[in-house]
Design a protein around this ligand. Structure first.
Ligand code: ARG
Length: 472
């Protein structure tokens, strides 16, 4: 809010002060500010006006407003929207919230007809409608942004299908995997988030208007008409629930929290991989910053920030779920506190999606470093054991033979494939020269040739399928 706007409410109070109300003025001002929401809910103005236009249109259809009255109201609201869009609207804390600011501006503009807009409506069903309209649009925006990131991941995965790196368990080198395969694991996590987002949208997509304060209205309203005008898939079926329900917001924040947890895992891997110790990737200069003291530093700030921001979204989920706990039906002013956590969840998700969506395509993959780490980590040990099983050694015995071979390689400071056949045969006489095929990293990768496997051919097929799955 501009300084001029935030002073709006104090003008009267200073006048009161002039009349000598020296004690009450500051108290009034505080309570006014304490109970007001316009500082943050003004963000809902476009959806508030959209809802009001639909409400007035429905009222005219139901014969509650005349056509001339409806036209005046709709034109007035349209003009107010343009004024707000242009940054020329004066918000007043004294008018408490976005709803009363818009309504009083309407009456100031078109006269007493403006006072008819609130017929058959309460701020309780109005605010519930506004949030749903707003959140539905935001979900669609977030989904588009998520799709951009998902496509970026598929592109990179396709390009890096043949790139090998050590897969980890316990952050210890485990088995060779395709880097594309790893990226597609990220894709799967985020695709589930996309599904959850779409599923949550279904519960957002219902109309509360018509519920009034809690018990409905005595006017002959047509809720289906309002729903149709606002593009809602259905109406809220119970007037009490319509004004009391914020499940959809909690659900959204829980989807958001899980999404942020996924982002934080991706972020953590980017931070690790871009470290000197791993050296698997390099992040673009445009996404990093330096140190004010250490000239050599290039810090992965963007992934670090994304990782850090997961905390606030998880916090917002806790805030909303706690806000709702034990609230008696129907509407309570507590629910005014739903907006800031919800807004910040949307903003944080939008920021992180944009950051990752833009960063992922610029990642430089250091293929040689990845391969080097795969070689150094004895990552084909399981393949060695599988080979022994194929030539008749029971798996437990095979496991022990390979363990001994690894010990030997560590002692000699070499890789498994550098151990001579004679040396290997000392451990297990049935070992033949084909063992070296099993120890080959690319062979190990290609051998995992089944759906969900890391064979480069499977990764490429999974990329093709992934493109279909985004649009499905
Ligand atoms: N600013 C309020 C909110 O965000 C609007 C609804 C107020 N309703 C009421 N009966 N005081 O929840």
């Amino acid at each position: 809010m501009s300084a001029r706007n935030s002073n709006h409410g104090t003008a009267d109070q200073s006048a009161e002060k002039l009349w000598g109300g020296r004690f009450e003025a500051p108290t009034n001002k505080f309570v006014e500010e304490f109970t007001a929401s316009v500082q943050f809910d003004q963000r809902l103005y476009a959806h508030d006006i959209q809802g009001s236009i639909a409400h007035a249109t429905m009222l005219e259809g139901a014969g509650v407003l005349t056509t001339a009255e409806r036209d005046l109201i709709v034109d007035g609201l349209t003009a107010i929207r343009a004024e707000i869009n242009a940054g020329q609207f004066e918000w007043s804390i004294a008018l408490e919230d976005v709803h009363m600011n818009v309504e009083s501006a309407l009456t100031a503009r078109i006269g007493d007809v403006g006072k008819k807009l609130h017929t058959a409506r309460s701020r309780n069903d109005q605010v519930a409608t506004d949030i749903r309209l707003w959140l539905r649009d935001e979900i669609d925006r977030l989904t588009r942004s998520l799709d951009h990131l998902l496509k970026g991941l598929i592109d990179l995965a396709e390009r890096e299908a043949d790139t090998v790196l050590p897969g980890f368990t316990h952050l210890q080198a485990a088995q060779p995997i395709s880097f594309g395969h790893h990226l597609l694991a990220w894709f799967e996590m985020l695709l589930r988030d996309r599904e959850r987002l779409q599923d949550c949208r279904k519960r957002v997509d219902a109309l509360p208007l018509g519920a009034g304060a809690l018990a409905g209205t005595t006017f002959p309203i047509n809720r289906d008409h309002t729903a149709e005008l606002l593009g809602f898939a259905r109406i809220c079926e119970n007037s009490l629930d319509a004004v009391a329900d914020r499940d959809f917001a909690i659900e959204f924040c829980s989807v958001g929290a899980l999404m942020m947890v996924h982002f934080s895992r991706m972020a953590e891997e980017m931070v690790l991989w871009s470290s000197q110790q791993f050296g698997f990737i390099e992040l673009d200069d445009a996404f990093c910053t330096g140190s004010s003291m250490m000239p050599q530093k290039k810090n992965p700030d963007v992934p670090e920030l994304v990782r850090g921001k997961s905390g606030r979204v998880v916090g917002h989920l806790i805030a909303l779920i706690t806000l709702m706990k034990s609230q008696p039906l129907a509407y309570n002013k507590d629910n005014q506190e739903d907006k800031e956590p919800l807004f910040d969840t949307v903003d944080t998700l939008a920021g992180c999606l944009r950051a990752f969506g833009d960063l992922v395509p610029t990642i430089t993959v250091k293929r040689e470093r990845m391969r080097e780490a795969t070689r150094a980590g004895f990552t084909t040990a399981t393949d060695f054991a599988d080979y022994l099983v194929r030539i008749g050694v029971p798996f437990r015995d095979a496991h022990a033979v390979v363990g001994a071979a690894v010990r030997r390689a560590i002692a000699l400071g070499c890789e498994l494939k550098d151990l001579s056949l004679a040396e290997l045969q000392q451990l297990e006489s049935r070992i033949g020269p084909e063992v070296y095929g099993a120890l080959d990293i690319d062979a190990a990768l290609a051998a995992r040739d089944h759906r969900g496997g890391t064979a480069p051919a499977r990764v490429r097929a999974a990329c093709l399928a992934a493109r279909q799955r985004i649009t499905a």
